[in-house]
Design a protein around this ligand. Structure first.
Ligand SMILES: [Fe+2]
Length: 236
């Protein structure tokens, strides 16, 4: 499985707080059948600039990679580097943001604000297709719907040039499970991510989500989604 959204790099953000935690999260992800994991630390243009963010990301990854090698690399998923970019007005004109796409792909994971979504924000995210030559991916749509108490968010992205990522927890919470399965079956979800930050309350969970999906008779839908994602992130 591909985990499209995680906070696995040590000391980059509010995710893994140490190298030890990173390794344990990677082992747990592998145990849950994740073989490609996208490391997507938070990027906020208010607090950081792209060049220094990329430098810190490279440093954190180099450190992690060397320890993974010593610890037996085969026990871990393959890591792809990306970012979770907090939306800001002007995003579509910030050319250097394109460097934050998932490595080797045009996918830009965008973290929408926790407040209401104005149409202007969706218009600007969509404009990134042209101005930044990227494919915007809305991060954890389920979290946005829960925080805003707004079930219409998925519908509002339809027909727009943007894709949707949902978290494993969407399938695990009893209250949202049925809706999550329905959206998956209807093709509304393009990427799945754990959004894991630690080993406790926000740990790797895609294996558990896959169990729920299989129990609902949708294993083949998940398989299709995973092979599509694998293809687009390894072949683009
Ligand atoms: Fe995240």
């Amino acid at each position: 499985m591909v985990d499209f959204h995680s906070h696995i790099l040590p000391g980059m953000d509010d995710g893994a707080d140490s190298l030890r935690t990173s390794l344990a999260m990677l082992r747990e992800s592998a145990r849950q059948s994740v073989d490609i994991l996208c490391a997507t630390p938070h990027f906020s243009a208010d607090e950081d600039d792209v060049v220094s963010f990329l430098g810190r990301r490279e440093e954190a990854f180099a450190y992690l990679r060397s320890v993974m090698k010593k610890a037996g690399g085969k026990a871990f998923p393959e890591i792809r580097l990306g970012a979770e970019v907090r939306y800001f007005p002007g995003l579509s004109e910030a050319k250097d943001i394109r460097d934050l796409c998932l490595e080797g792909t045009p996918f830009l994971l965008i973290d929408p604000p926790e407040g209401p979504w104005p149409d202007g924000m969706l218009d600007e995210i969509e404009r990134c297709v042209v101005t930044l030559r990227c494919v915007p991916v809305i991060a954890h749509i389920d979290r946005c719907m829960r925080l805003l108490h707004d079930e219409s968010l998925i519908a509002r992205t339809k027909g727009r040039r943007m894709l949707i990522q949902a978290n494993g927890s969407f399938f695990l919470h009893r209250r949202s499970r049925e809706r999550a399965l329905k959206h998956l079956e209807e093709g509304d979800i393009h990427f799945l991510g754990s959004d894991c930050c630690n080993l406790h309350d926000r740990g790797p969970n895609l294996g558990y989500a896959a169990d729920v999906i299989a129990e609902a008779g949708l294993a083949s839908v998940l398989e299709d989604l995973n092979s599509k994602v694998r293809r687009v992130i390894t072949e683009t």
